[in-house]
Design a protein around this ligand. Structure first.
Ligand code: NAP
Length: 304
């Protein structure tokens, strides 16, 4: 295992790895056998990546079970990892034929049932971090807060966080909770920079909490040369990559890691060669001017 730095998540939670692996696309891989999933987990471990991000809905409600099957076949895996999962989105899905519309459910009953189902599907004794997947405009914050506190008090989750919340959503939920929220998982990357200026990252810094960055490579959009921002960025990313003997995606991840807020990129590739190189991003140090150079290329104009 390499010397992967960790991120402190606060009392009662294990530290998480500086980089995380996201399981949203797990079911898209042509090989979803337990041995193939276990191989990916071990490739992450080899680099010190021990934090795995899930949601009940990933893979149309299948990814947690695929991951759980891999862990059932290799019981040594679970004790070495931290598991993050999410609840609150009700997908229109063949799994729920009577559902008329996609909606959010942050009711106490749904949160409890969702945590119990995720524990079963993943085959773990406790969820390290349970996130509310998206802000729910219909949220009864008192009810949601009590249900989330109870997950911790009753030993189903070690900690609670949110995802895609604006600071006002975060503050509302936190105001009714006994336990502290531990993170906000948001879209952050060279192609998604708004969290740096809209208060989402600032709020977490103020509370001493590490943001989690979803789709840190733009969900693959960072490699689409038809995208004008990519056309501007790619030569410079390749040049910096060459200087460090890494691939350009390592530089894009390093751009997130360089920020002082201790942002954890959650990387989602299914490609084994790319999985094996996720940790390369830690070899790349970017100074302030280079950070702004990449921002400027991504934005297409000089900062104000
Ligand atoms: P990502 O790492 O930005 O994108 C992964 C995608 O980019 C894959 O399709 C991958 O294809 C492609 N890719 C990576 N490197 C590439 C390269 N060099 N050339 C071409 N394509 C490349 O992250 P993501 O998968 O979108 O999201 C990561 C995780 O964030 C998810 O698994 C999930 O855990 C989390 N997430 C959370 C939310 C939320 O609302 N909280 C939303 C979205 C995602 P290959 O597989 O072929 O490499």
């Amino acid at each position: 295992m390499t010397d992967m730095p960790t991120i402190a998540m606060g009392d009662g939670l294990p530290p998480m790895s500086r980089l995380g692996y996201g399981c949203w696309r797990l079911a898209d891989d042509p090989d979803t056998s337990p041995s193939a999933v276990a191989r990916k987990i071990r490739m992450c471990f080899d680099q010190g990546i021990t934090t795995f991000d899930h949601a009940d809905i990933y893979g149309d409600y299948r990814c947690e079970s695929l991951f759980g099957a891999a862990m059932a076949g290799d019981p040594g895996l679970a004790s070495r990892m931290q598991v993050v999962t999410k609840c609150g989105i009700m997908l229109k899905s063949p799994a729920f034929p009577n559902r008329r519309v996609k909606y959010y459910d942050t009711s106490a009953a749904h949160i409890r049932a969702s945590a119990e189902t995720s524990l079963k599907r993943l085959g773990v004794e406790v969820i390290d971090l349970m996130l509310i997947h998206r802000p729910d405009p219909f949220m009864d914050h008192q009810e949601t807060a009590a249900a989330l506190d109870a997950l911790v008090d009753d030993g189903l989750a070690r900690g609670i966080g949110v995802s895609n919340f604006m600071p006002s959503d975060f503050d509302l939920l936190q105001s009714a909770m006994k336990h502290r929220l531990r993170t906000n998982q948001i879209e952050i990357g060279l192609l998604a920079r708004s969290a740096f200026t809209n208060g989402q990252i600032a709020q977490l810094q103020m509370h001493g909490l590490a943001p989690m960055a979803w789709s840190p490579l733009g969900g693959g959009a960072l490699f689409d040369n038809g995208n004008p921002a990519v056309a501007r960025l790619s030569a410079r990313l390749a040049e910096i990559a060459g200087e460090h003997n890494v691939m350009p995606e390592a530089v894009a991840l390093a751009w997130i890691i360089a920020h002082p807020a201790s942002i954890m990129p959650v990387v989602g590739t299914n490609n084994q060669e790319r999985i094996a190189r996720i940790g390369d991003s830690l070899k790349v140090g970017l100074d302030r001017e280079t950070w702004y150079e990449l921002w400027t290329l991504a934005d297409g104009k000089e900062i104000p």
